[in-house]
Design a protein around this ligand. Structure first.
Ligand code: ADP
Ligand code: ZN
Length: 216
């Protein structure tokens, strides 16, 4: 099964993907994480991407398309992908359809984590990532465990683009560019809406129930 998870930046896509990947034996394709890894490696491509992201912009569609194709063409990942943060606009949604046909796959479910801007601001300004294991935490809602050799202060990192101004900018771009993509999947009858303002556990339960039904 291939799943897409939608929601504005900070809605909890990464948090939920982390859980779902384990429970349903899927692979997470977070275009954001892949791009950030590229930046860390300081490649030419990485530096170009860095500039765009720090301006609050999207990375060029063609670059994203190449990244996604490496996943879809990988036989180990066939029908096992959870797309997180992609497709971000209609061009990417149409491109994904073409890639799915090319690699004989389909989307089984699209989830939308609906979350308001006021909540998003707290989620983003409080977000921390563990360098070592990749887990996502929040200063306000989901603090990391104390005294561990993983996820302790020395491993926690703030994303450079996680500040209030960029959060608002990214939210507005999301509304403008990504809302039409939701309609695209609604028309295909694949879209399920979820209240992204519920607790992490509650959302996880709702998503698990939906997937279980589809799998059955
Ligand atoms: P996205 O991948 O959609 O950008 P994340 O999964 O990184 O979002 O979550 C953004 C921030 O909000 C993180 O700090 C995370 O710990 C926190 N968070 C995620 N889901 C919830 C939730 N349901 N309630 C409270 N905080 C949450
Ligand atoms: Zn950790």
């Amino acid at each position: 099964m291939n799943i897409i998870i939608f929601g504005p930046p900070g809605a909890g896509k990464g948090t939920q993907s982390n859980f779902i990947v384990k429970k349903f034996n899927l692979v997470q394709l977070s275009t954001g994480n892949i791009l950030r890894d590229e930046i860390k490696k300081k490649t030419q491509l990485g530096m170009e991407i860095d500039k765009e992201i720090n301006l609050g912009k999207f990375v060029p569609d063609k670059i994203i398309s190449k990244l996604v194709e490496t996943f879809l063409s990988n036989k180990d990942y066939k029908n096992k992908i959870i797309f997180d943060g992609y497709p971000r606009n209609l061009w990417q949604a149409n491109d994904l359809d073409k890639l799915l046909i090319k690699y004989e796959q389909k989307i089984d479910l699209a989830l939308n984590l609906k979350t308001d801007i006021e909540i998003i601001k707290k989620r983003i300004t409080g977000r921390y990532l563990c360098n070592k294991c990749g887990k996502i935490y929040n200063k306000y809602f989901n603090p990391p465990p104390k005294n561990k050799d993983c996820c302790s202060d020395e491993f926690l990192n703030k994303r450079e683009d996680d500040n209030m101004d960029i959060a608002i900018k990214r939210f507005n771009i999301y509304m403008k560019e990504t809302s039409p993509v939701l309609d695209f999947y609604k028309k295909k009858k694949l879209l399920k809406e979820i209240n992204g303002e519920s607790s992490i556990d509650q959302i996880y339960k709702e998503i698990s129930d939906i997937i279980a039904v589809i799998e059955a």
